[in-house]
Write a protein that binds this ligand. Structure first.
Ligand SMILES: NC(=O)c1ccc[n+]([C@@H]2O[C@H](COP(=O)([O-])OP(=O)(O)OC[C@H]3O[C@@H](n4cnc5c(N)ncnc54)[C@H](O)[C@@H]3O)[C@@H](O)[C@H]2O)c1
Length: 345
């Protein structure tokens, strides 16, 4: 636990997401000061106009000279996560890295090992683990409310933002993989993926992947930053009921469908053939919304990081979590590089 009652946090990268992180950390009363680090002069000017009290350094090395800063949050492009994160851990700081933790499993593992060795908190910004709808979904599944999970389908599309350092798989599917990971609570056995570049740019705009967790438990995702419609939807197919999490719905994002397919046993089948009944029966019952606590996932995520700095426990979205997702992303890349080959993990 830090000697002082309150801690200082530096947000590295004050772009779209870094600005949100500044706001979230500034709103926690255990934070003494939030400072920023931003290499782009225009961006520094812009942020200073909006947030005149925010002290902004022009590079991480300058900021690291201030020994009083306890923790660093990396919200820069993915390709810079490892190099910047490494400097912070080497300076013995607690570290929160935006998703994905790094751009290779080798470098992600190095960050995990170093944080362990230095006894520092390492967190990955898998924000959906702090989303109340996802938490509620997991709880309902664990309570057996939808039966055994057979399949999860995720769609994440929008027009932009288009990144130049990573493709749509690394940028968007990192979220879906972390939701699958949270629900199945285990690594997939094998994965496959196809990725496309209709814009002809270096980075693929669309990716479609499949993950097999067991012979009866699978997941699929579709991610795209080249789509006119913004969709953020996860469907969980249980053998008793089905769940849909629609993140575009402000109110009631989580719905339970009392729907299932009943497959007749072979004995039933024989009888049903005699009686000219279908061997497949559909059950269609009620559809109802699940009440969700209205807390902002980003606030919850930052709170977990601060809690863990004080308690020295592991955040829910810890470094190992980040490493698992990076390893899966790597396997998916291997698959689309081999025309969708099945890759064992
Ligand atoms: N958790 C989420 O829901 C979520 C949402 C959006 C973005 N992100 C993640 O946040 C990160 C940033 O995304 P973004 O959309 O804010 O990108 P962005 O391009 O808007 O911002 C990145 C900023 O980092 C700055 N930067 C680059 N290198 C730097 C360095 N060495 N030192 C200091 N500043 C540097 C850039 O000048 C830019 O202002 C990415 O890893 C992205 O995956 C997470």
């Amino acid at each position: 636990m830090p000697k002082q009652q309150k801690i200082k946090v530096a947000i590295v990268g004050l772009g779209h997401w870094g600005s949100n992180l500044v706001r979230a950390f500034q709103s926690d009363d255990r934070i003494l000061q939030v400072v920023g680090v931003e290499i782009n002069l225009e961006r520094r000017k812009f942020i200073s106009q909006k947030n005149p009290k925010l002290l902004i350094f022009s590079c991480l090395d300058e900021c690291l000279k201030d020994n009083s800063i306890d923790a660093f949050v990396i919200a820069t492009p993915t390709e810079t996560h490892y190099a910047l994160g490494l400097k912070c851990l080497e300076a013995n700081k607690h570290l929160f890295v935006e998703k994905p933790l790094s751009d290779s499993s080798k470098s992600a593992r190095h960050l995990v090992d170093l944080a362990n060795k230095n006894k520092r908190v390492l967190m990955t910004g898998h924000i959906f683990l702090y989303n109340q709808a996802v938490r509620q979904m997991k709880q309902l599944i664990h309570q057996g409310k939808i039966g055994d999970v057979l399949h999860i389908k995720s769609i994440r599309s929008n027009l932009g933002p288009i990144r130049s350092d990573v493709n749509a798989l690394w940028d968007l599917a990192a979220h879906d993989l972390s939701i699958f990971d949270c629900i199945f609570n285990k690594n997939p056995i094998k994965v496959s993926c196809h990725a496309f570049s209709p814009l002809g740019l270096q980075q693929q705009d669309i990716a479609i992947g499949t993950l097999e967790y067991s012979p009866t438990q699978t997941a699929t995702f579709f991610v795209s930053w080249l789509d006119p419609v913004k969709i953020r939807q996860v469907t969980v197919i249980g053998d008793q009921k089905m769940l849909v999490f629609d993140d575009m719905k402000q109110d009631n994002p989580l719905t339970i469908y009392d729907k299932r397919v009943k497959l007749m046993s072979s004995k039933d089948n024989l009888n049903s053939i005699k009686g000219a009944k279908s061997p497949i029966e559909f059950h269609v019952g009620d559809t109802y919304s699940v009440p969700i606590n209205k807390t902002e996932p980003l606030t919850e995520e930052c709170r977990d990081f601060i809690n863990c700095i004080f308690s020295r426990q592991n955040p829910q979205s810890d470094g190992k979590n980040g490493l698992r997702i990076v390893s899966q992303l790597e396997a998916l890349v291997k698959s689309y590089s081999q025309n969708g080959a099945s890759i064992k993990l």
